[in-house]
Design a protein around this ligand. Structure first.
Ligand code: 13P
Length: 417
């Protein structure tokens, strides 16, 4: 169960003066290593899926493993889409199980960044998902070396304030001097800029380019509002070193070469968690943040008005309704036991309780229910259930329990599965 609301998680970090690590997952080895480190440090953690890595693995396949790892973990976890290419990427990420999304539109004009980010935030919030925005440009190490320090595309406090107000982002990634890749320790940050941004916004800030930042610099970043640190290159380098050293010293194939990767990555992740103050915070975060729970809509019905067309009509409706943001999956079923009163069912999995309302009000759903379902399947029952894979009774749900009645607006029940 320990998936938690990502906005709550980062608000907790921001208010309590520490930062949560957001670690990229280029492989399953990293996934296991990061979760093991978080459990060992008793730290909240963000599992980050960067769209730039999707050429190396199948995002959909990986997300099954990521979600399983998050559910099994004994520390609070959030799953984040990093550097999404566009709004469709964010919709897909939410469908696959991410509860935080970030679409990077900083290569476009400020106006376009505002427009795209606002649309992503609106969609994400309708799904109950946290949204991160980005303002300013974070270069690669090589690029940075070729330009005068600090002159290009740093985030300005005034722009940041307007951006947050107009888009409604939950966190903002800022550019104040960090770079992608192993940063030189002599590198300087624009501290007064960061201080001003933090004072102007009062929301958790994120930085990209955590590799190579010194202990002192991290400490100062966190005191100035940074609550989310993206960290990748250092872990990738450590994994690479482990593989190179195994290749030199041992004969053997793939498994032998990878044997040391998990321990090496885990040890670095744990070091970061201790340095950033997230170690030891897991229990507080679990009790103070809302659990992230999917909702299962159960619709059972008898179709009298569709005749032989039922299958075709329902298949088409299933396809259209599945595309509504926040819908994770729609399964359809026919009766397995003759004594069951209803012959057909739909099981619709929503990303969160927020989707109940946005789905019900979505024009595609309204059209489906008004034009088709109410008349063709008047004999039906609909109910929404919060679902968890383990011990949902242990979760203090912030909802009252009501029993659904046929053809009324669905309500929430607790269910043990
Ligand atoms: P580093 O690769 O510099 O750690 O930055 C990580 C990051 O920004 C993730 O995209």
């Amino acid at each position: 169960m320990p998936l938690v609301n990502m906005k709550d998680m980062l608000q907790h970090a921001y208010r309590n003066g520490y930062a949560v690590g957001s670690f990229d997952l280029p492989s399953l080895d990293f996934l296991e290593a990061i979760v093991v480190a978080a459990e060992s440090a008793r730290a909240p953690v963000i599992l980050s899926l960067a769209e730039s890595h999707f050429n190396n693995f199948d995002f959909e396949l990986a997300m099954s493993a990521v979600e399983t790892a998050a559910h099994r973990a004994v520390v609070p976890v959030a799953i984040h889409l990093d550097h999404g290419a566009n709004s469709d990427s964010a919709v897909k990420a939410i469908r696959l199980g991410c509860n935080g999304v970030m679409v990077d539109a900083t290569h476009l004009s400020l106006g376009e960044n505002l427009e795209i980010t606002s649309a992503v935030v609106k969609m994400a919030h309708a799904c109950g998902v946290a949204a991160e925005g980005k303002l300013g440009y974070v270069p690669d190490v090589e690029e940075e070396a070729e330009r005068p320090h600090g002159v290009v595309s740093y985030t300005t406090p005034a722009e940041a304030k307007g951006f947050v107000e107009r888009t409604g982002v939950d966190f903002l990634e800022v550019s104040i001097g960090t770079v992608h890749g192993q940063m030189n320790a002599k590198h300087k940050f624009d501290w007064s800029r960061l201080k001003e941004i933090n004072a102007a916004l009062g929301i958790p800030l994120a930085i990209r380019g955590g590799s190579g930042v010194t202990h002192e610099q991290f400490h100062k970043l966190i005191t100035m509002g940074v609550a989310k640190i993206n960290y990748n290159t250092a872990l990738s380098d450590i994994a690479g070193d482990s593989i190179r050293s195994a290749a030199k010293s041992r004969a053997g194939g793939y498994s032998t070469l990878l044997a040391g990767v998990r321990a090496a990555v885990s040890s670095e992740v744990e070091r970061c968690m201790r340095m950033w103050g997230s170690a030891g915070r897991a229990a507080e975060v679990m009790t103070q943040c809302r659990p992230w729970l999917n909702v299962e809509r159960v619709v059972v019905y008898n179709a009298s008005g569709l005749g032989g067309e039922r299958l075709r009509v329902m298949e088409e409706s299933q396809r259209q309704l599945s595309a509504i943001p926040g819908v994770r999956e729609i399964q359809v079923g026919s009766v397995a036991n003759k004594s069951t009163r209803y012959r057909h069912c739909w099981l619709i999995r929503f990303a969160s309780t927020a989707v109940i309302e946005s789905f019900n009000q979505h024009p595609v759903h309204v059209d489906f229910t008004d034009r088709l379902f109410r008349t063709a399947a008047a004999d039906s029952l609909t109910a929404d259930y919060l679902v968890a894979s383990v011990e949902p009774d242990a979760i203090d749900f912030p909802f009252s329990c009501e029993v659904a009645t046929p053809n009324t607006r669905p309500s929430l029940e607790r269910v043990k599965i």
